[in-house]
Design a protein around this ligand. Structure first.
Ligand SMILES: C[S@@+](CC[C@H](N)C(=O)[O-])C[C@H]1O[C@@H](n2cnc3c(N)ncnc32)[C@H](O)[C@@H]1O
Length: 242
């Protein structure tokens, strides 16, 4: 926490992918446990922030087991389209099994930093608890902005560090010690869950993340802190062409 903020995750992509493959079977249970069930409400807030309408097209990046992607799919309806991408086959496999009834939702393996979609193809892009895993945060936002049409939104839901220092330290220590133990109990993946607090240490503050979004070319960047600042919801708009 004493280092300056990172501009990207230093852990190599194959290692990150292998880690998520290994925790995929327990990911949803761990998520609910570690967020005390609050993650569902945060994801709904992220969907709301997209301003998507029936029939729109959206992309969910680093979709994991597909919870946010499924909510987006419900929002745009059967005549809309949601593409959900992730690097982990293990996470995607669970998503595909869980949401096979949503015909407007498609999952595929792809890297957030090199999306296999055309410029301006979507009305909105989202990323939830995925950004801190990327090798380059600004490049991640730039790539999401690239595939969204001018005027559309890029929305990021991510863990954050609370502003109040003592609380931030307590939260950080709690995360560092509780996450691996909870991981050991629920998932028997002690080492894998050590990655989570590590990926949060020296992660940019909410203000710094907003600056990163602006640097990636997004405009009207706003954020709100959720749950006393342990989570932040950011949104930026893709600038009108010309
Ligand atoms: C903490 S999970 C979040 C999953 C889901 N979005 C959610 O809200 O629960 C992070 C996900 O990011 C994926 N990921 C990490 N690096 C990636 C990359 N470069 N491109 C695409 N997905 C990536 C991981 O495989 C993992 O499924």
């Amino acid at each position: 926490m004493t280092d300056g903020p990172k501009s990207g995750n230093p852990v190599a992509e194959p290692e990150v992918t292998a880690m998520f493959d290994s925790i995929a079977p327990a990911y949803d249970r761990m998520n609910s446990l570690m967020t005390l069930g609050r993650d569902a409400g945060w994801r709904r807030a992220a969907v709301e922030a997209t301003r998507l309408r029936t029939g729109d097209a959206a992309i969910d990046v680093a979709c994991g087991t597909g919870k946010l992607a499924a909510l987006l799919a419900e929002r745009v309806g059967p005549f809309g389209r949601v593409e959900a991408v992730d690097l982990s086959q293990g996470m995607l496999g669970r998503a595909e099994r869980e949401y096979r009834d949503l015909v407007q939702l498609h999952f595929r393996v792809a890297n957030a930093l090199d999306l296999p979609f055309a410029d301006g193809e979507f009305d909105a892009a989202t990323i939830a608890f995925g950004l801190r895993n990327l090798a380059d945060y600004e490049a991640g936002f730039r790539e999401m902005a690239r595939v969204v049409r001018p005027g559309g939104f890029v929305v990021c839901l991510e863990l954050s560090l609370p502003r109040w220092r003592p609380y931030a330290r307590l939260y950080h220590a709690m995360f560092r010690h509780v996450a691996p133990v909870a991981g050991a109990i629920v998932a028997r993946r002690h080492q894998a869950y050590r990655y989570l607090p590590e990926s949060l240490s020296s992660f940019p503050s909410a203000e710094q993340l907003a600056a990163t979004m602006r640097a990636a070319g997004l405009v009207d960047v706003r954020f709100q802190r959720l749950m006393t600042g342990v989570v932040a919801l950011h949104r930026g708009r893709v600038a009108a062409a010309g």
